[in-house]
Design a protein around this ligand. Structure first.
Ligand code: C2E
Ligand code: MG
Ligand code: MG
Ligand code: MG
Length: 286
């Protein structure tokens, strides 16, 4: 009986695998059409200076607006693109689109803010990402200091040496490097020393977990202090409530990003936000 059960279980598992690989292939083929079909777009989420409340930067977040399925979350299709290698093409598009968008805002005379771009580890380690970014920035006359590249540690630890060389080049050129989702996954404090980071983004799960819990709060405070001791700026991800913001203020976290401030929004909405920044400056001058 035991055996029969096991066998059944195995059959189900096998079918499941089969189904998953069909879905994988379908979605991965479909994703290649998304770019030419113009179904991909960038949303942007503002980041704010916690102390002054000033706009600090905008994180570009990719969106796939599928004609029948609606918005497919990036965590679903980015991992597929990483497995098939399509991520290289996708990243080139993201980079170019984000920087072009910034150029457009600058040309309209809107306040100039830094743009943060997420980069998959395999793109950092296996492509001419440096030459690529330099060319785009050169062509569009954007200062490297206006760009931040975000990488997760799990993504770069596979090929640490290459990652180090490529990130170092970007940093020397003037681009800021952020470690994304710090504290999630297999965080090792070692990476903070090995890779040339300027900014540390604390994973939103940490802030979520605090809710009056002494020890969780202590971990958070310690990460902030450690980052500051290493000359890194700290961005808190997932700031959702005023209580969380007060906590971050109290422990001198530098920058906040999350639904409390603003959700990721389309470029046209960002434009309105940048316009209101101008009128705010005028109000304080009056
Ligand atoms: P991430 O870089 O850590 O981006 C932050 C994610 O947190 C975003 O999810 C954002 O919508 C979400 N978020 C923002 N504020 C809050 C909040 O207050 N509470 C909560 N619970 N979540 C918040 P999103 O846009 O779904 O992106 C997910 C991940 O997909 C990103 O995580 C990033 O790793 C990846 N990703 C997005 N765009 C790109 C891209 O252009 N290239 C690459 N390689 N990866 C991307
Ligand atoms: Mg990010
Ligand atoms: Mg993150
Ligand atoms: Mg994340």
């Amino acid at each position: 009986e035991q055996k029969a059960k096991g066998k059944d279980g195995f059959t189900i598992f096998e079918n499941c695998m089969h189904l998953n690989s069909i879905k994988f292939i379908q979605l991965s083929n479909r994703l290649r059409e998304a770019l030419p079909n113009k179904e991909l777009l960038l949303y942007f989420q503002p980041q704010y200076d916690i102390r002054t409340g000033e706009l600090f930067g905008l994180e570009a977040l990719i969106r796939w607006n599928h004609p029948t399925k609606g918005f497919i979350p990036p965590i679903e299709f980015i991992s597929i693109a990483e497995k098939t290698g399509y991520i290289v093409e996708l990243s080139e598009w993201t980079l170019k689109t984000a920087i072009e968008q910034k150029r457009e805002w600058d040309k309209k005379g809107l306040p100039s803010v830094k743009i943060a771009i997420n980069m998959s580890g395999c793109v950092i380690t296996n492509t001419k990402v440096f030459e690529n970014i330099c060319n785009i920035l050169d062509e569009l006359k954007i200062q490297p200091g206006e760009i931040e590249v975000e990488v997760t540690e799990t993504a770069v630890m596979m090929e640490l040496d290459k990652a180090k060389i490529h990130l170092q080049k970007l940093k020397e050129y003037g681009i800021s490097i952020a470690i994304d989702d710090f504290g999630s996954g297999y965080s090792s404090l070692n990476y903070l020393n090995l890779l040339p980071f300027d900014i540390l983004k604390i994973d939103y799960e940490f802030l979520n977990k605090i809710k009056n819990k002494e020890d969780e709060s202590l971990i958070y405070q310690t990460i902030i202090r450690l980052a500051h001791d290493m000359n890194l700026s700290v961005i808190a991800e997932g700031v959702e409530t005023i209580e969380q913001l007060e906590f971050l203020k109290k422990y001198q976290c530098d920058i906040g990003q999350g639904y409390y401030y603003c959700k990721p929004i389309p470029a046209i909405e960002i434009e309105k936000l940048l316009l209101s920044e101008i009128s705010m400056v005028h109000e304080t001058l009056d």
